[in-house]
Design a protein around this ligand. Structure first.
Ligand code: HEM
Length: 231
């Protein structure tokens, strides 16, 4: 029954408007806690709940070279499986930022898939979790992290893609309801998604002229796998 619902919902979610229409699905969010201006999208991973993806970028950002991006994710505490962000808007040949909650700690893993099977760990992108903007309360868990290497990638044919920092980019997410098999480890294996979907994210609304100083201010003690949340 659960699988039937999941499949129907996935079909609904994967409906995409005709190509060419790149109207943004995201909105602007100013985060008073970290000081970043984000462009955000709330992705419905089940019928009644969303996980919010927020992106903050340097402004100006280079147009033909990789640039750092700050990713802030807000997820309901009822979300106990895994979620992944596909920076290139597809499962294959782009950095996948996969994350889940374990013992009040965000576990974040960078992956890269060349086949539609469990994506292996990817060393071409690194994430630094910020001390500020990473916490849990009675309803949601949240992390804020800087990614180096998420905004540019090379496909299997060797062609390079750089996400347009001043335009709209198509992103994708995936959600698996089952907990990863070794939830404390960022290299854990996990099962296939129940849901995936796409949206158009307006990077031009995510620019921060004070990007570097905000990164330095929010970084705190840098840890790769995520700090313990404070309650
Ligand atoms: C164990 C891990 C995974 C397996 C076995 C897997 C398998 C598959 C398969 C078989 C498909 C084809 C469509 C279908 O029948 O559902 C698919 C599509 C897709 N997957 Fe995965 N997947 C995994 C992880 C991920 C992750 C981590 C992401 C994103 C972060 C992701 C994003 C997508 C997307 C967006 C599609 C739609 C087709 C596309 O746009 O490329 N998958 N996956």
């Amino acid at each position: 029954m659960r699988w039937t619902l999941g499949t129907a919902w996935r079909r609904l979610l994967t409906f995409c408007p005709a190509s060419g229409s790149l109207a943004a699905d995201s909105s602007v969010y100013h985060d008073a806690e970290t000081g970043f201006t984000f462009s955000q999208f709330a992705a419905a991973y089940v019928l009644t709940s969303t996980v919010t993806f927020r992106l903050a970028l340097p402004s100006p950002a280079p147009t033909n070279a990789s640039y750092d991006a700050v990713l802030q994710v807000v997820a309901p505490i009822s979300l106990t499986g895994w979620v992944g962000l596909a920076w290139g808007g597809t499962m294959l040949n782009n950095p996948l930022t996969v994350f889940w909650e374990n013992n009040n700690t965000p576990v974040i893993s960078t992956r890269f898939a060349t086949t539609r099977s469990l994506p292996p760990v990817y060393s071409g992108a690194t994430l630094q979790v910020f001390k500020t903007g990473t916490h849990v309360n009675s309803t949601h868990w949240q992390f804020t992290a800087k990614c180096t290497g998420c905004t540019a990638f090379t496909s299997s044919s060797g062609s390079k893609t750089v996400l347009n920092p001043t335009g709209v980019n198509r992103l994708a997410f995936a959600y698996g309801s089952a907990k990863p098999s070794t939830p404390s480890s960022s290299s854990s294996s996990f099962g296939v998604h129940d849901v995936y979907a796409y949206w158009n994210h307006d990077f031009s609304a995510a620019g921060n002229t004070a990007f570097s100083s905000l990164v330095a201010k929010n970084l705190g003690t840098a840890v790769l796998s995520g700090p313990k949340y404070s309650h």
